[in-house]
Design a protein around this ligand. Structure first.
Ligand SMILES: [Zn+2]
Length: 486
């Protein structure tokens, strides 16, 4: 989302797409006085506000509209990972049946002592090429699957995909392997690739609940909420479970609303808007987004593989669907959601909002959802055209008086930040990114994202590319601010 200053919000909520939810939390239910029920985690009540965690980040609203909150300690919901976009953030567990049960001899031989035995893998592959008997092929599949899972565990997804592809070359009809590979693509927000694998799995096993469940996810990621509903309903018939139910409810809300929406489509975007938004505005939004897409793509040297969903709301529907309070601005939870009440044509402010949110989509897809929040917000602000001039004096003074800003503390969710702390976090995030781009060049920024995508922490990425740890990066930022603006 955009910084509080940009929207002069009466209250402030961090609705950033990159907000992370720690695992092992419990679901609570908030009952509103108007009868609505919200399932949420980390419900906190303070200063006349109730705030709670959603996959779209932390939201809050006045205590006066809340009837009661019921804490439920009995049903832990899994919230895996620090995924960036809403679909990638779905708490859906990997397929049950893995292609390489760990007891398999080939699997345990393929990965030993923290490395992959590539000699063994090539030997197994040659054997299977020479003699593709079921036993030999099963060994290759088990070994490649184990190797893929190892690569996933160390964050090298490219290599994991390669291992799955080798396994599938020898055994194209192995449903477990197809599901595993599809799951990896889903986690990487590569929904079309996942869908292809899932279609193959379903031809082989039409009654697979796992295949239906993961297909729902693929459609949801492809912004096809109605198809996602169909798949998840089917999965619930075959084998009901809580995470599918939860995903289904979310998709049903979207599908119901979007059924009444008009659509627009360009090369990179799927736009939906309801009757409250002017069709001319929708066309202008698409045109603006396409040209911003070209600029961001050229700057970051990257094209997101999937079309980007954009939804224009009148303010009331924005609130209903996103469950965001009325005072919140645009947000990006995998789709770009923008309230446009009262607007009939493009404005400079709307163009900036779109560019900011679009940048989040680029960075989210580029890093497979692994980009820390400070870097996400820094890049989004930089791309929308913000610079540190107005804040330079304050930031420099803060740095000199050892008012340390800790990048490490701002990597994960910006939860519960008081307004001042949030403004400060946005300002430093921009300054750090602006410093990197100005001093080191945009290529270095791009390489940092590449390292993060490959599984590095952001600080390790900074070390590898800039040869600076976080404290050195803060020092360079302070030096940059002084040089550029004093
Ligand atoms: Zn943002």
């Amino acid at each position: 989302m955009r910084s509080p200053a940009a929207h002069s919000l009466r209250f402030f909520a961090v609705l950033c797409l990159a907000s992370a939810i720690p695992g092992g939390v419990f679901a609570d239910t908030i009952y509103l006085k108007n009868g609505r029920k919200i399932t949420a985690t980390h419900v906190v009540q303070e200063n006349g506000q109730v705030s709670y965690e959603t996959s779209a980040g932390r939201l809050s609203f006045p205590l006066s509209i809340v009837d009661r909150v019921v804490h439920d300690d009995s049903s832990p919901i899994s919230t895996a990972g620090t995924a960036a976009d809403r679909a990638a953030n779905l708490p859906i567990a990997p397929p049950n049946e893995l292609a390489a049960p760990s007891k398999d001899a080939a699997a345990s031989a393929a990965v030993r002592d923290g490395t992959i035995d590539s000699n063994l893998l090539s030997r197994l592959e040659s054997e299977a090429t020479a003699n593709p008997s079921p036993t030999v092929v099963a060994r290759v599949v088990a070994a490649e699957s184990a190797a893929a899972q190892f690569e996933i565990s160390v964050g090298d997804f490219e290599r994991a995909v390669d291992h799955y592809n080798v396994g599938l070359r020898f055994d194209p009809n192995n449903t477990a392997l197809l599901l595993e590979a599809a799951y990896l693509h889903l986690r990487r927000s590569e929904y079309s690739a996942a869908k292809d694998l899932l279609e193959r799995a379903r031809r082989l096993d039409p009654d697979s609940a796992e295949a239906a469940k993961l297909s729902g996810w693929a459609y949801y990621g492809l912004n096809r909420a109605a198809d996602a509903v169909t798949e998840w309903k089917h999965a619930m018939e075959l084998k009901p479970d809580a995470e599918t139910q939860h995903a289904l409810e979310k998709a049903e809300r979207d599908a119901q609303e979007e059924a009444e929406y008009h659509e627009g489509e360009t090369l990179h975007f799927r736009l939906k808007y309801n009757g409250g938004a002017a069709p001319e505005l929708a066309q202008q939004v698409l045109k603006t987004l396409e040209s911003e897409f070209q600029e961001i793509s050229a700057t970051l040297n990257y094209d997101p593989p999937e079309p980007i969903g954009v939804i224009l709301y009148t303010n009331q529907t924005f609130m209903d669907i996103t469950r965001a309070p009325s005072w919140s601005g645009a947000l990006n939870d995998g789709r770009i959601r923008v309230p446009v009440e009262g607007l009939t044509s493009m404005t400079d402010e709307l163009a900036r909002v779109l560019k900011h949110e679009l940048t989040h989509s680029f960075v989210g897809q580029r890093t497979g959802g692994r980009c820390p929040v400070w870097l996400q917000e820094g890049i989004a602000q930089y791309m929308e055209g913000k610079r540190s001039r107005v804040n330079a004096g304050t930031l420099s003074a803060a740095y000199e008086s050892h008012m340390e800003f800790s990048l490490l503390s701002y990597e994960t969710s910006w939860l519960n930040l008081p307004r001042d702390a949030a403004s400060n976090a946005y300002a430093w995030s921009l300054a750090v990114v602006e410093g990197i781009v100005t001093v080191d060049g945009i290529d270095d920024l791009e390489r940092i994202l590449e390292h993060i995508a490959a599984g590095s922490s952001a600080e390790d990425a900074a070390r590898a590319v800039l040869h600076e740890d976080y404290s050195e990066l803060m020092l360079s930022t302070a030096q940059f601010l002084r040089k550029a603006y004093e």
